[in-house]
Design a protein around this ligand. Structure first.
Ligand code: CA
Length: 476
């Protein structure tokens, strides 16, 4: 079974922090199955999403282009008010699914597509499209499943069990109520449909994004007296731009600390649930004799603040929001236990995975493949890494103006992170000396050359495949 090229399973979580995994050094969170993937593969210590927002980030992971190039600058969803063209995947965008299908792979997706017209099978996944929409606009294959099974649907509307300290969470009584379990079930069904073609399976895991719904058994693994609030919990954001203080993710100063730690316990428990499900998938792959020649990639679309700088969710360029876990495991083709410490961009993974499979994008992209370096157990070149995002108003559907949806660019260059801001003060951090990102050096006269250099890197990057709605960067 399976063709001559390696198979690929692409697991994309939602809102999973880079550091909340065992292999990444977390002292509490148990993830033995994902740790095993890292032990027998390659882990990227500093991987960045191309935008700390769901749809723009996902479009970048799949196309190898930054948001200014793919132009999906806003989240797709039933509440969206932005122009359609900026909230859906362009029909002419070339995704991993398109390239793998063209190469003769058997392609399938399960879980949210989240890139628009979610009811329409598309972009290479036409023959196995198990996409649920999760936001309540039926038809929805997952919601129909809950109906059929006769279990309450926790993901639609507000249920009496739902608690909230920053983010919504609830224990579940019946394992059939859990959406990642359903998603992995679809993946197992896909693996049972294989023929002699190589395959590409995209598992879009909506967890641990709220609603954080998980069994009591896993919640009990994380007693809250062992959970510390982050070191920057009390950060008053002095010296930082106003947009950070006004973001919807900023919590009120009277947030209940015990309640927040309880929510953190649920978040950790849900990560362990994801890990259990990855374990089920790996066991099935093993039982089919496919584990050796299947590349398994585990990442998240973006991170989660989880109380750092007194904020939750994402939308910011803090490390917690913009950095993601990233593991690529392939027993037949990659070294085991290789840690890459040089940065990986949110546009670099797609071309890397294609090259590992002997394929490539034929169109112009922003990313670079690091396949050769990881095959040889070496570090990839240290190149500038970028991320792009709109304002809080743009992202949260309070504005439909293109300038609100293309408002900030981050460049990570060596130890330095510079953020060019269209509507507010710039930021500059040395993430090596100041890993908590407490000291904004952008107004420091000594750093003027560094800022000029950061701006020139951004101009060069934007010009390569753009500038699109990011043309304002060229005037800075
Ligand atoms: Ca997301």
């Amino acid at each position: 079974m399976s063709g001559t090229r390696p198979n690929l399973i692409f697991i994309l979580c939602d809102q999973l922090r880079f550091d909340c995994l065992g292999y990444a050094g977390h002292s509490l969170v148990e993830t033995p199955n994902i740790d095993r993937l890292a032990e027998r593969g390659v882990a990227f210590e500093t991987a960045y999403c191309a935008s700390p927002v769901c749809s723009p980030a996902r479009a970048s992971w799949l196309t190898g282009t930054y948001p200014h190039a793919h132009q999906q600058l806003a989240n797709y969803g039933p509440e969206r008010l932005v122009p359609e063209a900026m909230a859906v995947m362009r029909p002419d965008a070339v995704t991993l699914g398109d390239v793998f299908k063209e190469a003769g792979y058997w392609c399938g997706i399960a879980g949210p597509w989240h890139l628009g017209h979610d009811h329409q099978p598309q972009h290479g996944f036409e023959e196995f499209w198990r996409v649920y929409r999760y936001q309540g606009d039926h038809p929805d294959i997952l919601f129909d499943y809950f109906d059929r099974e006769g279990v309450p649907n926790l993901y639609e509307g507000k249920h009496p069990t739902i608690l909230r300290h920053g983010m919504d969470y609830t224990p579940i009584a019946d394992p059939r109520q859990q959406r990642t379990t359903w998603t992995i079930n679809q993946g197992l069904e896909f693996l049972d449909t294989l023929d002699d073609r190589s395959f590409f399976l995209y598992l879009s895991v909506k967890d641990p994004h709220p609603l954080i719904a998980v069994s009591q058994e896993l919640i009990d693994k994380y007693p809250i007296d062992k959970i510390d609030l982050p070191k920057t919990w009390k950060d008053d954001l002095a010296g930082r731009p106003d947009y950070l203080k006004n973001d919807v993710g900023r919590m009120s100063q009277d947030m209940d600390e015990t309640g927040f730690r309880t929510m953190m316990a649920y978040y950790f428990a849900l990560i362990t649930h994801i890990d259990d499900q990855v374990g089920r998938l790996m066991d099935h792959l093993e039982s089919l004799g496919l584990a050796d020649n299947t590349i398994v990639t585990f990442i998240s679309d973006h991170g989660e603040m989880l109380g750092e700088h007194h904020a939750i969710q994402k939308r910011m360029f803090w490390e917690a929001s913009v950095r993601v876990p990233c593991v690529v495991s392939w027993p037949a083709g990659l070294p085991s236990g290789h840690l890459v410490t040089t940065p990986l961009g949110g546009v670099d993974l797609a071309p890397t995975l294609l090259e590992l499979c002997g394929l490539s994008f034929e169109n112009s992209i922003d990313g670079r493949s690091v396949a050769q370096a990881i095959r040889e157990g070496e570090q990839s070149d240290c190149v500038p890494i970028f991320s792009e995002i709109g304002t809080s108003d743009g992202i949260n559907f309070r504005s439909t103006e293109p300038e609100e949806l293309a408002a900030r660019v981050m460049v990570r260059d060596g130890d330095w992170k510079y953020i060019m801001n269209r509507t507010d003060d710039d930021e500059l951090y040395n993430v090596s000396v100041d890993p908590l990102e407490l000291t904004n050096l952008a107004a420091d006269a000594d750093q003027a050359d560094r800022i000029t250099h950061g701006q020139s890197l951004i101009r060069e990057m934007i010009t390569h495949t753009g500038p699109g709605y990011y043309a304002w960067c060229l005037d800075a």
